[in-house]
Design a binder for this molecule. Structure first.
Ligand SMILES: [Zn+2]
Length: 635
């Protein structure tokens, strides 16, 4: 295995930013864009293959259909209506959303169209009840200034957000309709060459420009990046769902490594003679051989009535397990592919015998497939109706391996890797929306958009520093964070110091996240509540971290519950005084021996019972006074 030289592989990255706009209504109806917690309405649909009006079947549609799923939708009338359920045509386009997208296009110097047409973009993963997403091309061209370098803008669109995925299992996929229809601006940037850190800087800059408008949503999931990654001589791979900048950098690094690894594998494949796999000749049903197999995956599949198939690939020995870079193997790519069809996994000749598959089964397979020394084989188990489609996909994937990187859509994982999602969509994906007439953009609207162009990021930060008396670093942190709107709300209460609020929002919560806790569980209203309690003197400053920790670990849902559960309440000052007197009296010996230094062990004792109830500084102050008193009275 060698080290990847990322600057020598012709890496190109194009960013596509999706940012929710801050409107009080959705794009095509009057529903509130809020997250629901309860869903009184629930209904299901089967995935269907939609035939686009251009008359071609979309390959992704066929692919999704072959997975054969039921989609469950959960709805709350507060956040969705009949439009989201696809039981009623869309209403007029939200004016506010149009205004914001024109403003963004204008600040990117993009050429705005005088007429905007609503189009339907085919989606077949069930993320839209109608089977398509409504989208509008608003502007073309322009550029983003990244420290003096102009990054070209390809296009700017306005579209509806998809339904929120709740769960995804083999047979059933669940969505909430609360997010469906929230207006999104989609900004596609020109692909650029550069290192992952350069791309991260571009993403940061566009994020800052959007936030400077103060008309976009904040919070986890409100901005998402799709990343198109390619290397020299390779196809473009689309990676969906990058939510954080650090993750973006890792995803690009991983894709560069994966794609270059696949190129190295292809080079090796070109040197050996591999004939095309023919289904009739090279694929055999081997279910009988595996009747008594010890593999748990295969036994489970057999119990469910599955069949087992073996595929022969001539001269392929060693190619599934060949690992040009750590973790990059053809075997792993095939594993991702079959798992996406809902199969437990795939076994290849380079890793056997193993996983409960013994020499007996291998010898039988060698006989049936008439294997020679250098031949490779694959074994997979699956539903009779599904397995042919899976086998075909595998054969295609092995063919694609000879040219290197197949064009596909992948999903970003939270750890910064990518996994196979589906083949790249074909061209036949857009057709006109007939329910909504085209929108015109007037001269006045254009002038208005130019006038309202947001301040530059530098100006915004310097304003923030002045308004809230923050240092530059904290001002930048809070402005770049998910919590800026909350910060401004919290600071309306003059009893709370902006400096303290910013450091809690950027420090404590981020630290808890780094420890693996889920910031998604900490709802904005609960953060506001916590600060309200603090301002009312009902909890101590020190308790905030514990309260957030309890909520972010899923222990409790609200601040009130956290306080109750941990008995975090402000202690009566007299009660506190009595408790500290008791501690001092019980530890006179330590005080006599250590003098003022006895504060450390005594603080430790006091904090054991009072952590979270009382501010540590207060305890320290009172304890110090009491120790001084004792020492003075002795002298
Ligand atoms: Zn609605």
């Amino acid at each position: 295995m060698s080290e990847l030289q990322i600057d020598r592989i012709g890496l190109k990255v194009g960013l596509e930013i999706h940012q929710q706009l801050a409107t009080d209504k959705k794009l095509f109806c009057s529903c509130m864009p809020t997250e629901s917690e309860e869903y009184p309405i629930k209904f299901s649909r089967k995935l269907r293959v939609a035939k686009s009006e251009l008359g071609e079947y979309d390959p992704t549609a066929i692919f999704e259909r072959s997975k054969d799923k039921t989609i469950m939708y959960y709805a709350n009338p507060a956040s969705s209506c009949l439009v989201e359920q696809d039981e009623e045509p869309p209403h007029e386009v939200n004016r506010k959303a149009k205004e914001i997208v024109l403003l963004i296009a204008s600040s990117l110097k993009s050429a705005i169209f005088s007429e905007i047409h609503v189009m339907r973009k085919l989606v077949i993963d069930g993320s839209n009840t109608s089977g398509f997403q409504r989208t509008m091309l608003v502007a073309q061209g322009g550029y983003l200034d990244v420290d003096g370098v102009k990054i070209g803008v390809q296009s700017i669109g306005l579209e509806e957000d998809a339904a929120r995925l709740l769960s995804d299992a083999v047979e059933i996929r669940e969505y909430s309709l609360d997010r469906l229809g929230i207006p999104l601006v989609e900004i596609a940037l020109e692909p650029v060459s550069g290192k992952p850190t350069d791309i991260k800087k571009i993403a940061l800059t566009i994020g800052r420009l959007l936030r400077a408008t103060k008309k976009v949503e904040r919070g986890l999931g409100s901005i998402r990046q799709d990343v198109n990654v390619s290397i020299q001589d390779g196809s473009i791979v689309e990676v969906k769902g990058v939510q954080k900048l650090d993750q973006l950098e890792k995803v690009i690094e991983y894709e560069a490594k994966r794609q270059h690894g696949l190129m190295i594998i292809a080079d090796r494949l070109k040197k050996i003679e591999i004939e095309r796999i023919a289904k009739e000749r090279d694929v055999r049903d081997v279910t009988e051989i595996f009747k008594n197999c010890k593999s748990k995956i295969i036994q489970k599949a057999l119990k469910e009535g599955s069949v087992v198939k073996a595929i022969r690939i001539r001269n392929f020995a060693g190619m599934f397990g060949f690992e040009p870079y750590e973790g990059i193997r053809l075997g792993k790519q095939l594993g991702e592919l079959v798992r996406f069809f809902g199969l437990g996994g795939i076994f290849h000749s380079d890793e056997l015998p193993n996983y409960g598959i013994d020499n007996y089964e291998i010898q039988e397979i060698k006989k049936i497939l008439e294997l020679k020394q250098n031949d490779g084989f694959l074994i997979l188990a699956g539903d009779l109706q599904k397995i042919d489609a899976v086998v075909e996909s595998i054969i295609k994937r092995i063919e694609d391996a000879k040219t290197g990187v197949p064009a596909e859509t992948r999903a970003a994982t939270s750890t910064g890797e990518t996994i196979f999602l589906r083949p790249r969509p074909g061209a036949a994906r857009m057709y006109p929306e007939t329910d909504i007439p085209p929108l015109t953009v007037t001269k006045d609207e254009l002038v208005d958009a130019q006038k309202k162009a947001p301040k530059s990021w530098k100006e915004t930060i310097s304003d923030l520093q002045k308004t809230y008396q923050l240092n530059a670093q904290l001002a930048e942190q809070i402005f770049d964070s998910n919590y800026f709107d909350l910060f401004e709300m919290i600071c309306q209460d003059k009893r709370i110091s902006p400096n303290y609020a910013a450091s809690v929002l950027c420090g404590i919560i981020t630290n808890l996240e780094r420890r693996g806790l889920d910031a998604g569980l900490l709802r904005p209203t609960e953060i506001l509540n916590a600060f309200q309690f603090l301002a009312d003197n009902k909890v101590a400053k020190e308790s905030l971290e514990m309260i957030f920790e309890k909520i972010m670990s899923g222990d409790v849902r609200s601040v009130v519950d956290a306080i109750e559960k941990a008995a975090i309440s402000k202690m009566d000052i007299r009660e506190l005084d009595n408790l500290l007197t008791d501690i001092v009296e019980a530890n006179l010996k330590i005080i006599q021996e250590d003098g003022l230094r006895s504060i450390d062990p005594l603080m430790g004792i006091a904090m054991k019972t009072m952590r979270g109830k009382v501010d540590g500084q207060i305890i320290n102050k009172i304890l110090m006074e009491k120790i001084r008193e004792k020492l003075n009275s002795k002298n």
